[in-house]
Ligand binder design. Structure first.
Ligand code: PDD
Length: 284
């Protein structure tokens, strides 16, 4: 990390020298949005999907995209060249910018703050795939627009921390009796040979990994549907998976301290995991 260069407002500079103002609205209000994009073998994975979601998040908070897709592509391609050929995870953030006063209302004519950083892809403990992971269910205390990838993540931080303190890797969030997603991942269950994931809407993030899993299911003739998952369905599921750009597809084998099915990663998970890895390899 020491020699890492980051992108900040038009420049590539050493991480240690990157500075933003304390008056940045991202810092003061969490008035900003972000993306996390994997780069396998140094190649940005599902980049157009991430840029499309970035566009939607900006639109939802009434911001214009400060860069064209081509400009984003060039910027990110330059960033990942630092670790050419290696697996990386790219973080990018766009904040509303620096305002003269701390005022909730948005002043006219602000220049957005643009930041991007690449780090080696976070290693996944092979035990997670061998044994599966533990998750707990928690009340979804987040706001209503979880489809926006906002940096205002205090509820997610608290939920994930509670999971960690209770010996679990993720919290699965329950709103009005329905399981929505994880604190930082999307949710899938397997019920009677069919993959089920909640439909997109305001209560969950439209995950790029989620969409790829559905795409692969369609391509490989694995039955799937997008439907609400009740608390009871979650509890009696044959398999539970969580997906994200940094954890790919994780099998959950323990929920609230009870084993799911036989307490081992399921057959359908293994199948989907293999399809996912093969898809990644094709793009290298
Ligand atoms: N989080 N749901 C939430 C609430 C998330 O924060 C994430 C990802 C996902 C999965 O989306 P995707 O497949 O596009 O990564 C679902 C990222 C990785 C993060 O905040 O670090």
């Amino acid at each position: 990390m020491n020699n890492t260069k980051v992108y900040l407002n038009g420049e590539f500079i050493p991480l240690a020298e990157a500075r933003i103002s304390v008056m940045d609205r991202g810092f003061l209000f969490g008035d900003s949005i972000y993306e996390v994009i994997p780069a396998y073998g140094g190649r940005l994975f599902r980049l157009q999907h991430h840029l499309h979601r970035l566009e939607n998040s900006l639109h939802a908070i009434h911001m214009k995209n400060p860069l064209s897709h081509e400009e984003w592509e060039n910027l990110l391609a330059t960033l990942v060249l630092q670790y050419a050929g290696e697996d990386q995870s790219v973080y990018l953030q766009v904040s509303r910018g620096v305002a003269p006063d701390r005022d909730h209302t948005i002043p006219e004519g602000l220049t957005p703050t643009l930041f991007a950083l690449t780090t080696p892809f976070p290693s996944i403990d092979p035990q997670c795939y061998k044994k599966g992971i533990a998750a707990i269910t928690l009340d979804d205390i987040r706001w209503r627009f979880c489809n926006i990838k906002a940096t205002t993540l205090l509820p997610n931080v608290m939920l994930r921390q509670e999971a960690k303190e209770r010996g679990a890797m993720e919290a699965i969030l329950i709103r009005d009796g329905l399981a929505m997603e994880g604190a930082a991942s999307n949710l899938f269950i397997v019920d009677d040979g069919q993959i089920i994931t909640p439909p997109k809407g305001e209560h969950l993030l439209p995950g790029v990994t989620r969409d790829l899993v559905l795409e692969l299911a369609a391509e490989k003739d694995i039955p799937y549907c997008e439907a609400s998952i009740t608390r009871e369905q979650l509890d009696s599921a044959d398999e539970v998976w969580l997906t994200s750009s940094t954890r790919e597809i994780m099998p959950v084998t323990h929920l609230d301290d009870r084993p799911i099915n036989n307490g081992k990663p399921g057959e359908l998970w293994q199948k989907m995991f293999n399809h996912f890895q093969a898809y990644k390899e094709e793009l290298r």
